[in-house]
Write a protein that binds this ligand. Structure first.
Ligand code: RTP
Ligand code: MG
Length: 140
């Protein structure tokens, strides 16, 4: 069993599609083992996306991520990291395959509806960024 961090980004929350996104994860068999709604500060967004600190889009990305509430979730399942990335689709919705969340719900390459961890080490770091061990429910 693997865990990954998923974020429903501010664009998707304000469009009113968080239920649809959660529904998709449930239908795909990914189990939600932690979930909360938070509004990140600019500083928190910068810390979360610190790997991108030298990218030209960093300031804009962290403004966007702190612009409104987000839903953060821990998804659990076999190959959860890879499966979530498949369900999300490519970063740029123009490149995202039909049926992926970003194809369905993203506005542009930045306002792209969802985040998902990209590797086991990043999943561990990102889960710990938002949740303590006691906040993750045990399914069995
Ligand atoms: P994420 O980390 O949010 O799951 O997205 P990702 O792996 O598909 O893409 P990544 O390269 O990690 O980029 C992180 C987020 O930064 C914004 N971005 N803007 N303006 C741009 O060219 C640009 N490129 C990336 C997106 O919100 C992207 O998801
Ligand atoms: Mg990424």
């Amino acid at each position: 069993m693997e865990r990954t961090l998923s974020i429903i980004k501010p664009d998707a929350v304000s469009k009113g599609v968080m239920g649809k996104i959660i529904d998709r994860f449930e239908r795909e068999g990914l189990k939600i083992v932690a979930m909360k709604m938070v509004k990140l500060t600019k500083e928190e967004a910068k810390a979360f996306y610190s790997v991108h600190r030298d990218k030209p889009f960093f300031d804009s990305l962290t403004d966007f991520m702190s612009s409104g509430p987000v839903v953060v979730m821990v998804l659990e399942g076999e190959k959860a990291i890879e499966r979530n990335r498949e369900i999300m689709g490519a970063t740029n919705p123009k490149d995202a395959a039909p049926g992926t969340l970003r194809h369905q719900f993203a506005t542009d390459v930045e306002k792209n509806a969802v985040h998902g961890s990209d590797a086991p080490e990043t999943a561990q770091r990102e889960i710990a960024f938002f949740f303590s061990e006691q906040e993750l429910v045990r399914l069995t």
